[in-house]
Design a protein around this ligand. Structure first.
Ligand SMILES: CC(C)(COP(=O)(O)OP(=O)(O)OC[C@H]1O[C@@H](n2cnc3c(N)ncnc32)[C@H](O)[C@@H]1OP(=O)(O)O)[C@@H](O)C(=O)NCCC(=O)NCCS
Length: 175
C-alpha cells in the first residue's frame, strides 16, 4: 500500500537521520562523505526529506550545475534514498515529483541523473545522448545517464556537465 509522506526542505535537525539513512539504503556503497558534504554545503543544493508521522523515511538532493555557454539553470539529481522498510510505497516517486516541481518553480529548466532508467524513466527522464557526464562512464551504464526538460526544448550541446567540487570524484560515477 502506498504511503503519503510529508515532504519538506531539510533542516539541520534532520542531518543525523539522513546520515543514518544512507548506509541502510546503500549497504554496499559509501555515500556518506558525499551526503554529508551536500548537507553542509547548503548553497546550490536542494535537499528534501520525506517523513511519516514525524519519522524520516527518505531523502533527495539536487545540485546546481553548469554547461559551458548555456545560461539555463541546470541541476543534477542525486543521491536519493528511501529507508528499506518503506521502499516500494511511492516515497521515492513522491520525492522526485516534488523536487522537480520545486526546481521548475525556481526557474530550473533541465535536470540530469545517473541512475536506473527503469526507475527514472517513470518520471519522464530520457537517455541523454548529447551532453556528457563529467567523467566517462562504462558502456553498460550509458543508458543510466538521463535528463528531463522542465522548460524549453533545446537539446544539449556536445559538451560535459560541469559539476561543483563535491561531485568531482570519479568514484561517484563508476558502478
Ligand atoms: C530506488 C529507491 C529510491 C526508490 O524509492 P521507493 O520509494 O522504493 O520507490 P517507489 O515506491 O517510488 O517506486 C517503486 C517502484 O519502482 C520500482 N523500482 C524501485 N527501484 C527500481 C530500480 N532500481 N529500477 C527499476 N524499478 C525500480 C519498484 O519495483 C516499484 O515498482 P512498482 O510500482 O511497479 O511496484 C529506493 O528503493 C531506494 O532507496 N533504494 C536503495 C537505494 C538506491 O538504489 N537508490 C537509487 C538512487 S539512484
Amino acid at each position: 500500500m502506498s504511503a503519503i509522506p510529508d515532504i519538506h526542505e531539510i533542516r539541520p535537525a534532520d542531518f543525523s537521520a539522513v546520515e543514518a539513512l544512507y548506509p541502510k539504503a546503500f549497504p554496499e556503497e559509501d555515500l556518506l562523505p558525499l551526503v554529508s558534504a551536500l548537507l553542509r554545503q547548503g548553497r546550490d543544493v536542494i535537499s528534501l526529506v520525506a517523513t511519516l508521522d514525524g519519522v524520516l523515511v527518505g531523502h533527495i538532493a539536487l545540485t546546481s550545475c553548469r554547461i559551458e555557454g548555456v545560461t539555463e539553470r541546470i541541476a543534477l539529481l542525486g543521491p536519493l534514498a528511501v529507508t528499506p522498510e518503506w521502499q516500494g510505497r511511492g516515497i521515492g516517486g513522491a520525492l522526485i515529483r516534488d523536487s522537480l516541481e520545486r526546481l521548475k518553480d525556481q526557474g530550473f529548466s533541465w535536470v540530469f541523473v545517473l541512475g536506473d532508467p527503469g526507475y527514472y524513466g517513470r518520471f519522464g527522464f530520457q537517455p541523454e545522448t548529447h551532453l556528457l557526464p563529467p567523467y566517462e562512464i562504462p558502456e553498460e551504464w550509458r543508458t543510466g545517464w538521463q535528463s528531463i526538460r522542465l522548460a524549453g526544448n533545446k537539446s544539449a550541446p556536445g559538451a560535459s556537465l560541469i559539476v561543483p567540487p563535491v561531485w568531482r570524484n570519479e568514484a561517484l560515477w563508476r558502478p
